[in-house]
Design a protein around this ligand. Structure first.
Ligand code: FE
Length: 255
């Protein structure tokens, strides 16, 4: 299995702090059946700046370390960029890194509580540039939970989304878990990934999430998500269904 979102590169964000941490994360990943992982460090989130060249070099170093240690996990480069107005310009300048370096797929993170007013326009511009924005964990964004039509519109206009495994398992609470399911049921989810930062409170949860998905939606849904991750790293077109609006329930049910 391929995990397309992780903070396994050591010492550059709030993920792994040392090579030891990276190795511990790698072993946990392997134990969950992950053989390939994208290292997607935070970029311009107000705390960390990690430009393309830097990430590429560090991924190479980490792969070398893993090889030396006999750890059979392949690390591919990526980046988790917090949305900002000059993304197209900076992509042209070579600061932004698409997933697996050179694919069309670009991670975009929203602030946790809101969606900037310029998001729709920026996504249009990114797509005009030949890129395909993937919104990371929209199920954890307070505004999108409240106004799911915004997410629907972005997806309808060509954006993709990545749901975090731990959201499905309930780690971030019932609301986020419920919204994650609604996203899957409304064809608004295209990838499941770990966003693993460490093996304590922000670990993989991929096995657990996959069990939940299989139980609720069947094995075909597992194939859909795992194959999409494979298509992504090959820069091929992914599978997607026509998105639907999430229907608001009239009463509070026990789900
Ligand atoms: Fe992340």
């Amino acid at each position: 299995m391929i995990d397309i979102h992780s903070h396994i590169l050591p010492g550059i964000d709030d993920g792994a702090q040392s090579y030891t941490d990276s190795i511990i994360l790698a072993e946990k990943a392997l134990s969950e059946g992950i053989h390939t992982i994208l290292a997607t460090p935070h970029h311009r989130n107000g705390k960390y700046v990690n430009v393309k060249e830097d990430i590429l070099q560090r991924v190479e170093e980490l792969n070398k370390t893993f090889q030396e240690q006999g750890i059979a996990l392949k690390v591919l480069p990526g980046q988790e960029t917090r949305i900002y107005g000059e993304m197209v310009e900076d992509y042209r300048k070579g600061e932004l890194l698409t997933l697996n370096q050179g694919s069309r797929y670009l991670f975009v993170e929203f602030p946790s509580n809101s969606v900037p007013g310029y998001a729709e326009r920026l996504f249009f511009d990114l797509q005009n540039e030949g890129l395909i924005p993937i919104i990371v964990h929209p199920e954890r964004n307070a505004e999108l939970i409240e106004r799911s039509d915004k997410l629907y519109t972005l997806v309808k206009n060509g954006a993709l989304t990545q749901v975090t495994a731990a959201s499905l398992t309930g780690y971030f609470g019932k609301n986020i878990q419920k919204f994650s399911r609604q996203m899957i049921e409304s064809n608004l989810a295209h990838f499941i990934a770990s966003d693993a930062h460490n093996v304590k409170n922000r670990t993989f949860k991929m096995t657990e999430a996959i069990e939940i998905i299989e139980k609720q939606y069947g094995i075909d849904m597992i194939h859909y998500f795992t194959e999409n991750a494979e298509l992504l790293i090959k820069d091929k077109n992914i599978y997607k269904e026509v998105p639907e609006r999430i229907k608001k329930k009239k009463f509070l049910g026990i789900f």
